[in-house]
Design a protein. Structure first.
Lengths: 114, 115
């Protein structure tokens, strides 16, 4: 089954404790991205990747890092989480790097930073 | 600059009612337009799309027509069902400041259908 998986689905952590949210897709997609969803703000793109070893900032990259060492994986790293990063996070992928519209989304990771 | 404005929710309707969720955008040129839906506890999924003026996208009884004169892409359904309860996002494909295209999501409209 074609899918995007994220882990963990739920995470509660404390300020400053490094964490990684994993994302994996089994569709051989080139383009992957991370979004955060906040009430009243919709989805905002954090980082995206056009292909292996090619990543770039989205609209709200501060406080986040990503890597793309393999085509299927695109982890999101919070080196020193803060309470304003409490949010619902989605990973997404699409086949064509130059037409990132028909995106397949993961189920989401709800992160709480206390 | 490029932006999308979507009808604020929440919207609550009775089953079999007519639904309209408004969406307008500002952009240079004529971007492709999309509606995504998020069911409770799930990620977003593509609902329908239209890639040029006057195109009508449709899926699961929902429709939206690309209106370039009014830069709008309103979502409609003639008779909603309880299973349509979800959050709906309008998402034009807009050019970023760096020249690449990306989906720009509206704030989302939460729809609840009452039996």
């Amino acid at each position: 089954e074609a899918q995007v998986t994220q882990n963990p689905r739920y995470l509660i952590t404390v300020t400053g404790k490094k964490l990684t949210v994993t994302c994996s897709q089994n569709m051989n997609h080139e383009y992957m991205s991370w979004y955060r969803q906040d009430p009243g703000l919709g989805l905002r793109q954090i980082y995206y990747s056009m292909n292996v070893e090619v990543t770039d900032k989205g609209d709200v990259p501060e406080g986040y890092k990503v890597s793309r060492k393999e085509k299927r994986n695109f982890p999101l790293i919070l080196e020193s989480p803060s309470p304003n990063q409490t949010s619902l996070y989605f990973c997404a992928s699409t086949a064509r790097a130059n037409s990132p519209y028909e995106q397949y989304f993961g189920p989401g990771t709800r992160l709480t930073v206390t | 600059g490029n932006s999308v404005t979507q009808m604020e929710g929440p919207v609550t309707l009775s089953e079999e009612a007519f639904l309209t969720i408004n969406c307008t955008y500002t952009a240079t040129g004529y971007p492709s337009l999309f509606w995504y839906v998020q069911y409770p506890g799930e990620g977003l999924q593509l609902l329908l799309k239209a890639t040029k003026a006057d195109d009508k996208g449709s899926n699961k009884g929902f429709e939206a027509t690309y209106r370039k004169e009014t830069t709008s892409f309103h979502l409609e359904k003639g008779s909603v069902q309880v299973s349509d309860s979800a959050v709906y996002f309008c998402a034009p494909l807009l050019s970023s400041n760096f020249g690449n295209e990306k989906l720009t999501f509206g704030t989302g409209t939460r729809l609840t259908i009452i039996p």
